[in-house]
Design a protein around this ligand. Structure first.
Ligand code: ANZ
Ligand code: ZN
Length: 820
């Protein structure tokens, strides 16, 4: 039989598609409301090397959806670009004594060529790179809008410091085991002045909106965001301290106030330094030196020996007037809640460990029936009856106890009910070169002066090679000519801020820049944002479940409040793809189990690789490359392609009816495929397409023959279904069938509903066990539909004769038994 030359087909169609630009989104059609829009987005890549199997998977998945939307008649915005600032380029530049741009833009070109060859349906007129001054000009412009609104600010505080990368890290970039997300080094703490975005101002809304996203976002991502934002209900309680301002604590258990036996403030917070007596100050300072070495994770760990120092002062418990000693310890974090706690050792394990270590009293106030914690060393946290608790005594419901104490505190002005969030402000400054410079000028007279909008972008000075070596301070500081400027306000000598922005700032708004990436007058066009936004489906990796998605959501809310967009959430639906693994393990250099995308493409061709990735599993599952068969995929594509050859090489006289059985398969497949795609079951669509190919082959070889119009109809349907997954093969089939390119935009065939009705079955309707009627119904009829049909049947109505129906037993599709 004829053979299918994969390489020739790929070379043939790529330039045709480039010429036709079938996926160029028409803004005007959407602005004018002529066509419904869909905005499809896949996380843009970081330009390190060429594309890998992970990219191939996500692009294949993403393409099914966006190509499907085009076929359904939507105007689809499907842009792509590069998240091209970041550390790897900088490290490569240091290694190779070059400029980070060299590495960055060379890789971008490599990846761009690969994406094109891969047959992706991106609208390349929208291409952007976040490291272009034309882009980061607007990142800086947005920073200034945040700054104006008090949402970008500087503060001095202990920050996560990566000793290896020599830069600060956001909390989100420190892994659960306390190591750096990028390089794996143990993260330490440093006291530094840094820039922050006030994400906490939006904590409540970021949390609440997750409820609306839950149905269309993947569950684990919604849950990860919930945990990260960490909403806790509780109370702020104030404790008077003689000679000082009152100390306020955040507690989720105000109902245990009578069990408070001491207080603890974060050792590294200002509060500790301000409370400590002169006598105790040296002890506190010695302790602090020790504390600075440990990570947050270590400090919060329950199994860690508790350490601390007494500050020499006491606080008054507002409910019973007791004097509580105030201690400082590292198990209380400076930047959570108020940085101070009331310790209730009987009912909080960390407090109990501390009490036992420091020989402080333990008083049980909730009797849960378990052993007294003072004796057992195990804090009790469950429901129980309140004891030693004044007005609470006898109550036994935690919620009621909490409510009662909050009322009491509010009446006496000693506290209020409150909600606390774990989320902290986003630390956005980095002491690295390859990022967007922070557009602020520091003037001794005027303070922090924003660079005027018309002086943006603040472009990076030309540094390269060894200039970029991490020194603990920003490399930009060495560019003295760049650093020293006249203050925009007073004209006096001033200096530029030498930090650059976290690259997550760049990617928090790129979906807006895609709307008009070449606009030199504004960051984005609000009218276009209104027309195209929000993104209908966003696809990306799990690793961004917390970081990037949260930041993009935060940006969206701020821009909405600034009146620049009119939507509340950027991503209406979110899907995260699984990983491509090999032999059950994550691909890695050390295991030597890597699969090279380029090799796979060379051996099997683009379409077979794409089809394999889609067919292997539902998109969110991992794919083990050891379990799949790109060779099998290629064979299938050849079978499909041969159908088109058979149809056109046997142009016989059209048969009037056509093969109805084949037509039924065709229309059923098209009908089901639409539903399957909308529920992301792309692998099943491929399986069904395979069945359709088999049915068509059978009709040609041993049924109606290739000249039957039903065969042509089936083959065209195969080409259209394949246009979502295997664009080259689909195009080639389409041409063989005598059509002009491109099959990608011909539209979804209209499904003939009549062909979806299967042969009918006979249902028997009985009254008191006697057959009264027979109905012809679909074999998959629903019980309720069958019951309704039976009760409406003329013979049945006559037989019931107005008597009340007591019971109807339905066994679809064959039996209805009516009891009157
Ligand atoms: C008294 C108490 C009694 C508490 C009790 C718990 C149990 P979540 O749920 O995570 O919000 N806490 C408050 N601020 C803290 C800080 N900066 N560092 C360490 N711990 C802190 O936890 C809130 C609880 O964690 C608060 O409620 C407080 O201890 C502690 F039977 O107050 B609790
Ligand atoms: Zn000035």
């Amino acid at each position: 039989s004829e053979s299918y030359d994969v390489k020739a087909v790929e070379e043939k169609w790529l330039p045709v598609w480039e010429r036709l630009e079938p996926f160029r989104a028409d803004d005007d059609a959407v602005l004018a409301g002529e066509r419904e829009k869909k905005y499809a987005l896949t996380m843009f890549p970081y330009p390190s090397g060429d594309l890998h199997m992970g990219h191939a998977e996500v692009f294949a998945i993403h393409d099914v959806i966006s190509r499907y939307w085009w076929q359904r008649g939507y105007e689809v915005l499907n842009p792509m670009g590069w998240d091209s600032f970041g550390l790897p380029a900088e490290n490569a530049a240091i290694r190779n004594d070059t400029h980070p741009a060299t590495y960055t833009y060379a890789n971008i070109e490599t990846q761009f060529a690969s994406m094109q060859r891969y047959g992706t349906s991106f609208d390349w007129t929208r291409r952007l790179h976040t490291s272009d001054p034309e882009y980061y000009r607007w990142t800086q412009w947005l920073f200034l809008r945040f700054h104006e609104r008090g949402l970008a600010y500087r503060k001095n505080s202990p920050v996560n410091w990566c000793p290896q990368d020599q830069t600060v890290l956001a909390n989100e970039q420190v892994l659960a085991d306390g190591t750096c997300e990028r390089c794996g080094a143990e993260v330490t703490k440093r006291e530094l002045t840094q820039w922050y975005f006030r994400t906490t101002a939006y904590a409540q809304e970021l949390y609440d909106c997750l409820d609306e996203l839950q149905p269309t976002w993947i569950d684990k991502v919604v849950n990860a965001q919930r945990n990260w934002i960490g909403r806790s209900e509780g109370a702020h309680v104030s404790f008077a301290v003689e000679g000082h301002d009152p100390v306020t604590v955040f507690t989720t258990r105000p109902d245990t106030l009578w069990g408070a036996t001491f207080m603890v403030v974060a050792a590294d917070a200002k509060l500790a330094a301000s409370l400590v007596t002169d006598e105790q100050r040296p002890a506190l300072e010695a302790y602090l030196t020790e504390v600075r070495k440990a990570s947050d994770i270590d400090r919060l760990a329950t199994d860690r020996p508790k350490t601390g120092v007494f500050l020499g002062v006491h606080a008054t418990n507002p409910v019973n007037g007791e004097q509580l000693p105030i201690w400082a310890s590292d198990y209380v974090l400076a930047d959570y809640g108020t940085g101070a706690i009331m310790a209730v050792p009987a009912h909080d394990q960390r407090d109990l460990d501390f009490a036992r270590a420091m020989d402080l009293p333990v008083r049980m106030v909730v009797d849960t029936g378990d052993d007294d914690p003072a004796v057992s060393g195990v804090a009790t946290t469950g429901n129980g009856t309140y004891v030693n608790s004044g007005p609470l005594n006898g109550l036994s419901e935690k919620a009621a106890g909490i409510r009662a104490v909050i009322e009491l505190l509010e009446a006496g002005e000693h506290g209020t009910g409150t909600v606390n969030f774990r989320l902290r402000d986003w630390l956005l400054s980095r002491q690295r070169y390859w990022g967007a410079p922070i557009p602020i000028i520091h003037c001794a007279t005027c303070g922090e002066v924003p660079v005027p909008d018309d002086q943006l972008p603040v472009t990076l000075p030309d540094l390269r090679g060894a200039d970029l070596k991490p020194k603990g301070t920003s490399p930009l500081g060495a560019a003295t000519e760049w650093v020293n400027v006249a203050c925009p306000t007073c004209g006096g000598p001033a200096t530029r801020d030498t930090d650059t922005m976290d690259t997550f700032v760049d990617s928090s708004w790129y979906f807006l820049r895609f709307l008009s990436p070449n606009d030199e007058t504004q960051a984005f066009d609000s009218a276009l944002a209104k027309a195209w936004g929000p993104i209908d489906l966003y696809i990306g990796g799990d690793e961004h479940a917390v970081l990037h998605l949260l930041y993009a959501r935060f940006f969206t809310k701020v821009l909405r409040d600034a009146g620049l967009i009119d939507w509340d959430e950027p991503f209406s639906a979110y899907l995260s793809q699984g990983k491509v693994i090999n032999n059950g393990r994550k691909m890695s250099k050390s295991l030597g189990n890597g699969v090279n995308l380029g090799d796979q493409l060379a051996e099997f061709g683009v379409d077979a690789v794409r089809l394999t990735l889609i067919f292997a599993s539902p998109p969110e599952d991992n794919i083990d490359w050891a379990d799949v068969s790109p060779a099998g995929s290629l064979k299938f594509l050849q079978r499909a392609w041969r159908l088109a050859g058979d149809v056109t090489s046997h142009p016989g006289a059209p048969v009037a009816e056509g093969d109805v059985a084949l037509r039924r398969v065709t229309h059923r497949t098209l009908h089901d495929a639409a539903q399957l795609i909308e529920s992301y079951r792309f692998n099943v669509v491929v399986a069904r397409t395979m069945e359709l190919v088999n049915a068509t082959r059978k009709a040609i070889d041993s049924g109606c023959g290739p000249a039957d119009p039903a065969v042509r109809e089936a083959t065209e349907a195969v080409a259209i279904l394949l246009s979502l997954v295997a664009p080259y093969t689909a195009e080639e089939m389409w041409e063989r069938l005598g059509h002009e390119p491109t099959v990608a935009r011909v539209g979804w065939p209209t499904v003939d509903e009549a062909l979806l009705v299967e042969e009918s079955v006979t249902a028997v309707v009985q009254i008191q066990g006697k057959v009264k009627a027979r109905l012809e119904v679909a074999p998959d009829i629903a019980e309720a539909d069958l019951e309704a049909l039976a009760l409406a049947d003329a013979d049945v109505v006559r037989a019931i004769d107005g008597r009340p129906v007591r019971k109807v037993i339905v066994r679809a599709p064959k039996l209805v038994n009516i009891v009157v």
